[in-house]
Design a protein around this ligand. Structure first.
Ligand SMILES: [Zn+2]
Length: 220
């Protein structure tokens, strides 16, 4: 089973990917993580990548491809792959097809966790937490029973995350759209895109994901 899992920040992609890993023994292939690991381990690819990054340049698609190739080889054919943060261009999508084919694999599904941007803004803006015990609150949805006093520990200090604001959420959403826009039409044309409502309760999202996975021929 080979999947691409997509979703903007706030869609719960990390949680769902972790569940796929746990339930199906899949591996999550995040190119950023693989790159950092290769640099740390000083593999030949890692040394080459570090030299490029030290010059302030981006690593080439060739290096990323080599990392994925090595990872798939190490995983063995029975382990499913979840691609995360890759591909981002049509050229990378083509290279991914080639690498997968080389390992006797093919891309089964591109699964996107969708969010409603305005709803996401409403959920994120207004979040705050008790500075003492970390209990989470929200200006609209969950205020302390007594204003200014934590329900759990009676603390009176609260903190807000600096990036829990509308501008940050909307910027992240547009960055996400810019990253996925070049590849979605390719996968749409192949009929392998599946979409899930990422705003639904976490368990419901997992159920929807499991249903998609179960429908993939040869999945177990
Ligand atoms: Zn508290």
């Amino acid at each position: 089973m080979n999947l691409i899992l997509l979703g903007p920040p706030g869609a719960g992609k990390g949680t769902q990917a972790a569940r796929l890993v746990e339930r199906h023994g899949m591996r999550q292939l995040s190119t950023g993580d693989m790159l950092r690991a290769a640099v740390a381990a000083q593999t030949p690819i890692g040394i080459e990548a570090k030299a490029i990054m030290d010059r302030g340049e981006f690593v080439s698609d060739g290096i990323v491809s080599a990392l994925i190739d090595a990872e798939l080889l190490a995983m063995g054919p029975e382990v499913g792959a979840i691609f995360d943060g890759y591909p981002r261009t049509a050229a990378q999508a083509e290279q991914l097809d080639e690498i997968l084919a080389k390992h006797g694999r093919r891309l089964d599904r591109v699964i996107e966790l969708e969010v409603d941007e305005d709803e996401l803004v409403r959920r994120i803006v207004g979040r705050f937490a008790c500075a003492t015990c970390g209990t989470g609150y929200h200006d609209s949805f969950k205020r302390p029973v007594t204003a200014g006093v934590c329900d759990k520990c009676a603390g009176s200090e609260f903190v807000r995350r600096k990036d829990d604001n509308e501008q940050t959420v909307r910027t992240r959403m547009s960055e996400y759209r810019a990253k996925t826009a070049p590849i979605m039409p390719l996968y749409e044309a192949r009929g392998i895109v599946a979409r899930i409502d990422g705003m639904a309760p976490i368990e419901q999202v997992t159920d929807a994901l499991e249903a998609i996975v179960a429908a993939i021929p040869g999945s177990a």
